[in-house]
Design a protein around this ligand. Structure first.
Ligand code: MRU
Length: 346
């Protein structure tokens, strides 16, 4: 089952596995307009930093498919408008902006191509971004698996698997690789309130791959650590600043504090496309604020009084000094310092 698939030639469309229905219903959405994709990203039908980047890369083609004529300047104007529109869909995961920026550079560079040729070239580039993401997932899995001891209990948060990327995942790729190597691991899955990406998606992915796992409420993480059931905490990231501060699903900061308090290594797994070298620290990472209804009526049932005040940041930032190592497709960065990040990522 593919999470993201481009159907047809450069005038084709984007097929997404609708993650809002999982784990009960696996259905697909065919996005034929940029608005349909924008809405799908916003309501988390497609989600996870790398998956958002890959979808947006294909997504620009949706805004160009009805353009006829040979006028390249009109083509470019529409392209930049579509790219800027998609960039508004979600603010935190930098992979979205990274993918769109890569396409913008391509359009500027290939100014001699006709609109039809440029469309084909954009599809080629989106497919390259998709394929590279798959390779990066495999490489992160290989590097990260080295860090996992035999018999480890591993705690993870949110969903970082094949639903969140074009490949096997980031943090989950490490878990899958360690499991495939025959390591006898057990994964504790935070349910990940308010939208339950852990319960709905990660538990489902781990069960599909037959990785031993146990679902816990987020509030149980400290106690599970205290009881010695966890030897490593592994999460993904949505944006990593130049100094290594890493934004990820709300609750990740708390886990980094808990891991340090219990002397447990805390690993963040992310491809180079998740690093934002334009910002020096996590303070500058924009944190998405989402509708309070996700807290009060998450899945259709009201669970709080009418008119209650809510605060619903979708992400938080784990500071670099609480991260034991960053696992990237180019290697492991440990200790996490600006200098070491530059050395590994260049
Ligand atoms: O709001 P979401 O579901 O898009 O949040 C996703 C996460 O926080 C993941 O942990 C992150 O994107 C890294 S995944 C490869």
């Amino acid at each position: 089952m593919k999470t993201i698939e481009w159907i047809g030639d450069s005038s084709g469309h984007l097929r997404l596995l609708d993650q809002t229905g999982l784990p009960l219903k696996a259905s697909f959405i065919d996005c034929k307009t940029t608005k349909e994709l924008f809405d799908a990203i916003r309501r988390l039908s497609v989600r996870g930093a790398p998956a958002i980047g890959v979808s947006a890369a294909y997504g620009v083609l949706l805004g160009l498919r009805d353009l006829s004529g040979e006028d390249r300047s009109q083509f470019d104007a529409t392209f930049f408008e579509v790219a800027d529109y998609l960039a508004e869909s979600r603010p935190t995961a930098v992979n979205l902006f990274w993918a769109l920026e890569r396409l913008k550079k391509l359009v500027r560079r290939e100014s001699g191509l006709s609109p039809a040729e440029m469309r084909d070239r954009l599809l080629e580039e989106a497919k390259a971004i998709d394929a590279e993401d798959q390779e990066m997932c495999a490489a992160m899995g290989r590097f990260g698996a080295e860090l996992i001891p035999e018999g480890a209990g591993i705690l993870t948060h949110c969903n970082t698997g094949s639903l969140a990327t074009a490949g096997d995942g980031t943090a989950l790729a490490v878990i899958f690789a360690a499991h495939d190597q025959g390591k006898n691991i057990h994964v504790y899955v935070d349910e990940t309130r308010p939208l339950l990406q852990g319960a709905r998606l990660t538990a489902w992915e781990l069960m599909q791959r037959k990785v031993p796992s146990t679902l816990i409420c987020d509030s149980m993480a400290a106690w599970v650590m205290k009881q010695g059931m966890v030897q490593a905490v592994i999460t993904g990231a949505d944006r990593i600043a130049a100094n290594g501060d890493a934004a990820n699903k709300i609750g990740t900061y708390g886990l980094s504090v808990l891991a340090q308090a219990h002397g447990i290594p805390f690993y963040v797994v992310a491809p180079s496309s998740t690093f934002d070298f334009d910002i020096t620290t996590g303070e500058e990472i924009p944190i998405e604020q989402r509708d309070g209804k996700e807290i009060t009526t998450a899945f259709g049932k009201q669970t709080a009084p009418d008119h209650v005040k809510t605060y619903n940041p979708a992400f938080d930032v784990a500071p670099a000094d609480r991260i034991t190592a960053l696992v990237t497709e180019r290697g492991v960065i440990q200790p996490v310092t600006k200098e070491n990040i530059e050395t590994v990522l260049g």
